[in-house]
Design a protein. Sequence first.
Length: 399
Amino acid sequence: MEFFRNPNIDFLGKKWYFLAFSLIFSTAGILSMAFWHGIPLGVDFRGGTLVYVKFTSPPNDDQIRNAMDRAGVKDARIQRYGASANNEVLIALDLKETSEQALDQGKNSIIHALQTQTEAGKQDLNNVGYSTLTQYLVEKDPLHAGLDAAQRYGQLARAIVDYRDKTLGGVLKSLSDVNNVAPPAVVSSLQQGFFASNFGVRNVEIVGPQVGMQLQKQALLATLYSLAGMLVYLWFRFEWIYGAAAVVACFHDTIITLGAFSLINEPVSLTVIAAILTLVGYSMNDTIVVFDRIRENVKLLRRESLSDIVNRSINQTLSRTVLTSGLTFLTVLSLFLFGGEVLHGFSLALVIGIIIGTYSSIFIASPMLVAYQDWRGSKNRSISAKVTDTRREKMKIKA
């Protein structure tokens, strides 16, 4: 299938416009990473506490952020995740201790910040655990269980917590929901000591600072090793200048993608690094297709200039580029629009990377190849001219 029949677009003639575009965006990204936002690292890299919260109704990010500020919880990152109908929010805190106390501290700080309505002397049934609920029922003994109280109420407490967490997704809309798993006497007793808030903390995770630093180092090394491996591969398959041009194009793609994340202050997580490595491979593959056609045409069209050969090669692969890049772009765009917050960073990196990666194969790698060959040709002509002049001078001396 071909979108274009015998296209004859002068791509290299327009290279300066695109090189200016690259220069502007690369510089803006570098300045942002150096002086403005830096590289906004996610909790995976900087360390911290992740608190997963589920609400009974669609949450408002601004209200959550204001509640966190009023409670003194500073620099919290709030991110929606999962399907929008699930009403789930991920809150990232800069608590970098790795102890059990830190887990409780992160959970309790979120509960304290979000509990705008409380009832005196009552606990929140959406945010208590199995042991607390068992202890309360044993003390109240609404079923008059006697010697079997601990076992019987332990089973009831487990059934209530499992129903809340597994069946209802982590939050009770009201205490009447407990009627489905507990006797009326137990429900009546719970109503005396508990209330149901509009949220529940589902899980708390911690990434320690040492782990974060290790992940940063491994992510950097993974990117550099991939670029180095591709350089060596292209060096052997083509010439070293082909490999250098392709690696420069991939480095250009990485800088612009990271710069875009810095400019919009979007956190860089492990999934974003995975996306960057993916787009490095994608951009390299697209560049190899163009370079392979250039190599074939150089052998067939020896009398034409390299600029004309490169232009012709890009035009010959244009339909393939539009097909592969267009379909891939539509796929990742769908992920970005409909994939939810969990895939937001990953899909955003791919959306940016595919656009930049496709364009860099044509307007960065190819012009660099032509510029080097022209420079080498002019250098050889200069050397030849000097040799010729030297020979003439020797002939004059002999004469």
